[in-house]
Design a binder for this molecule. Structure first.
Ligand code: SF4
Length: 479
């Protein structure tokens, strides 16, 4: 039996007569069209919304926005590839009504409207609120690194530059000595003379010297500006560690509503650590979700007393587990957690049952820090080898009650940490693996902010369509 042969390409009327026939009623492009048509692009901050009175007509920003949303939903982000899709992809041909903007027009649109994409993302959050897709009770906050257009070799810290200059100086001193002594045997090639060897050595010296001078200039620039890092390709990108790997990128902060794992708020920064970003991210999520109070859960990387306190003041009930760290833990001694604080008496009771009283008042950043000790008890203590070398000092910040309250909440609701993991890892995994958006295409912070707004919007659209379906989403924007 023969294989299926298909239809003769030269047959007339092989295709349906209308492009519309190719795009089913449940095709996401129909929702993209309805959603963008319902936006007020002028208010959102898009440029060239009003066509010019004279000159060659330009493209409607609505059409280019539709193209970008389609592209980010379908793993096509580069302007050249988007241009190609306008020629060959029947869904894009339908969406753009046969318009075929060239890649430069497409790229310029993304650059010129980078700030407006965040407004579009927020408009979609409002739509999801109308569809009751947000629980608006608990958000999981987390950060991840997305690679920047900057190789690790083109990022420098004060330490790496100082080390390089020091090593270069040592190498140069060695080479100079060899040159002086005429000892260039290592550079001899068979049949070559020592003069040729000296020539090669001189080339090496010049190369190292040149590189050293460039690094020295970078170090000088860092010291002048007070910058902690310099990235040569994308000056805003920073080397940051995630898990065990260090890479150059941007820090993406998400607040994910745990009901359906939709992104309520997103932000991009070049802050190396998540520390200190909880209140800011959760407050923005609260505004986006239109609530006065919310619960926010985050991992240990967000444990910072000032931030937890700011959360309380803003109406955010924070759940952040305390990291087990500090010099005592590092030395294998009892951690602070085994010392019981008694607020009524303002003392700590240690594992041996001794009472540690406040002895010394100092400062830790902007907080008053109190040290609790009991030297006499430590002297005669049988547990001393597990606790301290001399006498144990347990510190407590003046405003540490805020952490006690959070610890009590967490003890009553340990499952909230699993909710965090299950919620926030879904968008990160989807964005990086399924959507293939583990690296930015553009340089500079404001550009990647715009890029990530499109990414987060695409994630939310896909998720909402899964939950509601395309006809339901269209009905919501075209009631
Ligand atoms: S060394 Fe001091 S603080 Fe530590 S358990 Fe003994 S008495 Fe308590």
């Amino acid at each position: 039996m023969a294989h299926l042969a298909g239809t003769d390409r030269s047959q007339l009327l092989l295709l349906p007569e209308a492009v519309d026939d190719y795009v089913g009623q449940d095709n996401p492009v129909r929702f993209i069209e309805a959603f963008v048509d319902g936006l007020d692009l002028g208010t959102a901050g898009f440029v060239r919304v009003q066509p010019k009175a004279t000159g060659r007509p330009g493209y409607d920003p609505a059409d280019l926005l539709k193209l970008y949303i389609y592209g980010y939903l379908n793993r096509v982000r580069s302007s050249r590839r988007l241009e190609a899709e306008t020629h060959r992809n029947i869904e894009v041909i339908w969406l753009l009504r046969h318009l075929k903007p060239d890649f430069k027009t497409v790229a310029d649109f993304r650059r010129d409207n980078r700030a407006a994409f965040k407004t579009v993302f927020r408009e979609f959050v409002v739509l999801c609120r109308q569809l009751d897709l947000f629980g608006r009770e608990l958000v999981a906050v987390d950060g991840t690194r997305i690679k920047a257009v900057n190789n690790k070799n083109r990022n420098f810290t004060h330490t790496s530059l100082t080390r390089f200059i020091q090593e270069a100086d040592e190498k140069l001193a060695g080479y100079m000595k060899r040159l002086d002594e005429g000892d260039a045997d290592d550079d001899h090639t068979p049949g070559g003379g020592s003069g040729r060897g000296n020539g090669k050595l001189a080339e090496k010296i010049a190369a190292i010297q040149g590189k050293r001078d460039r690094q020295k200039a970078l170090l000088g620039a860092m010291e002048r500006t007070g910058a902690e890092q310099i990235s040569l390709t994308d000056p805003d990108a920073r080397a940051m560690a995630r898990m065990t790997k260090v890479g150059v990128g941007y820090n993406i902060q998400l607040a994910v509503d745990v009901k359906h794992k939709l992104i309520a708020e997103q932000a991009v920064s070049n802050q190396v650590l998540d520390l200190g970003l909880l209140a800011e991210t959760a407050t923005a999520a609260m505004e986006a979700l239109g609530v006065d109070r919310i619960e926010a859960v985050a991992d240990r990387g967000y444990f910072k007393i000032e931030d937890i306190e700011a959360c309380e003041k803003a109406g955010i009930t924070a759940y952040v587990p305390k990291p087990i760290r500090g010099p005592a833990v590092r030395d294998g001694f009892f951690s602070k957690e085994v010392f019981r604080y008694e607020p009524d008496r303002d003392v700590f009771v240690c594992p041996a049952g001794a009472v540690l009283s406040p002895r010394h008042f100092g400062k830790s950043r902007d907080n008053v820090k109190v040290d609790y000790t009991n030297r006499a008890a430590c002297k005669a203590c049988e547990l001393k080898s597990r606790c301290t070398r001399t006498f144990r000092r347990v510190s407590r910040l003046e405003n540490e009650a805020v952490l006690d309250r959070m610890a009590a909440r967490l003890a009553l609701r340990p499952g909230v940490l699993d909710e965090r993991r299950n919620s926030v890892e879904h968008p990160f995994g989807t964005i990086k693996q399924w959507m293939g958006q583990g690296a930015f295409l553009m340089r500079r912070l404001e550009n990647v902010c715009g890029e990530f707004s499109l990414t987060a919007l695409a994630y939310n659209i896909r998720r909402a369509i899964t939950l509601v379906g395309v006809p339901g989403m269209i009905a919501a924007v075209r009631p």
